[in-house]
Write a protein that binds this ligand. Sequence first.
Ligand SMILES: Cc1ncc(C[n+]2csc(CCOP(=O)(O)OP(=O)(O)O)c2C)c(N)n1
Length: 951
Amino acid sequence: MSGNFNSIFQNNAGYVEEMFARYSSDPNSVGIEWRAYFEGFNEGFGTASALANDTPHFQELLKNVSEKTQVQANSKDADSVGSEALVFEMKVAEYVHAWKANGHLQATTNPLPIPPKKFPILALESYGLTTHDLKRSTHAGALIGLGSMSLEKLMIELDRRFAGTVGAEIEHVDSDEERRWLHAEFAKIYNPIPKETQKSIYSELAKADSLEKTIATKYIGKKRFSIEGADAQYPAVETFIDESTKLGVKECTVAIAHRGRLNFLVNVIGKPLEKLFAEWEGYYHDGLHGDCDVKYHYGYESDRKSRSGNDITVSMPFNPSHLEYVDSVVMGDTRARQAMYYNGDTSKVASVVLHGDAAFSGQGIVFETVQMMSLKGYNVGGTVHLVANNQVGFTTDPSDSRSSTYCTDVAKVTGSPVFHINADNLDSLHNLMVLAANYRAKFKKDIYIDLVCFRRYGHNEADEPVFTQPLLYKLIKDKHAPYEEYAKYLSTAHGFLEGDLKSVYDNFRAEMNATFDKVKNSHAKIEQFTPPRDAGELKLASEKDMLKVVKTQLSLSKIKALAQKICTVPESFRVNPKLSRIIITERKDMADGKKKVDWGMAELLAYASLLEEGYSIRLAGEDAQRGTFSHRHVTLVDSEDASLYTLLSPCTSETAKVEVINTLLSEEAAMGYEYGYAVRQAKGLVLWEGQFGDFANGAQVIIDQFIAAGETKWCQTQGLVLLLPHGMEGQGAEHSSARLERFLQLCADGNMQVCYFTNAAQLYHAFRRQLHRNFRKPLILMTPKSFLRSPRASTTLEELATGHFEEILDDLRIGKSNKVERVLFCTGKISLDLFDALEKDEFKNKAETTAIIRIEQLYPFHMEKAVSILSQYKSAKCIAWVQEEPANMGAWSFIRHELENVLKKSGIANHLEYFGRRRRATPAVGIEKWHFIEQEQVIKAALEANASTEV
Ligand SMILES: Cc1ncc(C[n+]2csc(CCOP(=O)(O)OP(=O)(O)O)c2C)c(N)n1
């Protein structure tokens, strides 16, 4: 509670009462500060009216105020003589509010002996109170649901509740209902927990430590990113899982970075210890797919029981070293599970994301991901964020790694509650995780738990932490293992027998040692590819598999019927008249065969056809519903009431759903989310579209670490489509290039497809091909801007019905191939520019002697097809690659080796020439006029020059 009311109260007690009366009948009739003040009372009592009618303490306070006011009203100077009792109450009330809001600052959350600082905001004196007031009775405890008591007692209660070993940040939560609920639940945080639960917690701590010690003794000095010091994460997550299953949760997705990951994989996610030891031993069998990854990046999934014996599916996504990027991926995975397995019910799949304090406060993707919490296209019904705050990041102190007070301050962005807890207080941690599970289930929002703990060793086990954190590690040296500390507490405070507890630990060690011996003596195989549930017969595939023709045709009548369906809007829906003309009418003409099918229509037809075949579609992108260039208009807005209608909805069914999402303005988290979704939803098409392709490099980590490398590292396949508007049109450095060259540089081992189409039919067939194969591969697509509606890039319904995807398009204009003198290989937009140029007077004479060969799929490159096409043009004197991108960009550095091979294999001795821009530091010039001059020079050189020319 902010605002200093003292002066008001001192001078005008009657005014306070009047304000309260007004507030009680209508909270909006008083100013915001008064509202905030009286709302504070609400949290202790209930609603505003309950406050007025049902609360004995407050009635008493009011009576007191009333009497005093009456006295003042009869006196000569009623306004200036304040009620001393009221003033006192108000001062204490402010003091209580300060503790409710800021008590966490002074909480003893640190398990290391570092006492919390003192904060003036929590001092009596800051509210005009002194030690002389301690014995006075006050009603202000009502603010936290207590009766009247002395100020002294109230202070003790405030300290106990708000500054114990758990601190609560609740006051920033907007909703009254949530705040009241949170305060009421938080009041129970120190309640005792059942003995059985204590046993489970001890056992989990013992198991966590056992595993680390076993690995440490078997693999001395090896990196394992031990959980030691943050062991409490394990029972915390177990409590969350257990409580969640009681609330109906069937699956729990758990993401965690390096620290404690091996421990979590085995103990929480159920990866058999045998498998882990086999990985440590390096028992990799022949024929293992891909390059694999380090042990602590692997994910796992299993069905297991919760502590109470309920069924739960637990999973952990694979993740790279790049910290926090998996946050967005696990969100997408969670949403896909909810959509696919539980009909979108968010209460069935819950997510816990574990973070490190330094990464959580430093990495920007955290902000982007948490911002998704309540968005229609992203919400997963709330996530529990558990930060293992070991008070150091690698060798960096918190004072150097964040400006915010807490590592969890990003929670304020979404008005989510935050709790800071001392990891030694495992009983309260249990209560807190119960609270978290219930909060998530009830309010469907994120909740943050800052688990203050320590790191036993250096960043990894070989690092010496004393070099950089000598003081911290002096304290850590004296700290016992969490299982030992808890055992001490259980035996002294709860009558557990030390010997019993010790044997629990010893048994774990013995079991783990036995497992190790077993693995040492056998050569267990390491399993790799497991397609997601319900994905059908999916396989791994090579470059060769990717080049096989895929039957994507549908009958013409079927396509026509689909086309009609997707341009029919319900009669009651009022489409903007202009839009109706340019989109609906035109698309109807396309459906009737009166007009060629443009890019937008072909795209929608591909979606519609897949939906009718039972595949779901999820397209998320920046302004994707309309499309950056106004070409898509798949979701229309009613011009009168702004309601939405998706043109694809008539093609959907129970199993085939469509979501077209205008995303938050994020590339990294938004793309990561779709990656996670695509991995899970193998039976659907998942697409992410950039506003312009140029902005996709904001998601470079997702591209490099997940999309390009996920299959080779983890055997994790997916068919995510990236739609990246690309092409040089004079729009400057940042609206021209999706950095085709970067994607091509990442291509190997059949990891993805990189394409740049020139015809809408190709788009249609490529989208259908994505799902009509028994494997999944990402598709990176350079998409058009200027030629979205070009007749040259348009197609016919017949082509859709009869064709299939073509990796390379020969020049069908050429009548006699032996007349061809010049063969220009190119990709995407420049091909269409070249075709246009050949129709102009200046170059008309070249039309028959110049063949333009379009490489529509750059990777995997179809060598055989290219050779067979080029072999027709043996008479050509000039064979070249043409591109509009600078020479150090575009496809040139990738394709030249492929094309040189094509020449060799076609028996052509010529050199491969290059026509295009010179090497540049930026993808495009900033001055439009220069662009057009350059573009003309490229075209001219391509059609006339005899040797490589850079402009
Ligand atoms: C994006 C990224 N940048 C840098 C690193 C290198 N790195 C690995 S762990 C680490 C410190 C992480 O600290 P924290 O988040 O507190 O987790 P802790 O290691 O303490 O558990 C750093 C900088 C990384 N893995 N990822």
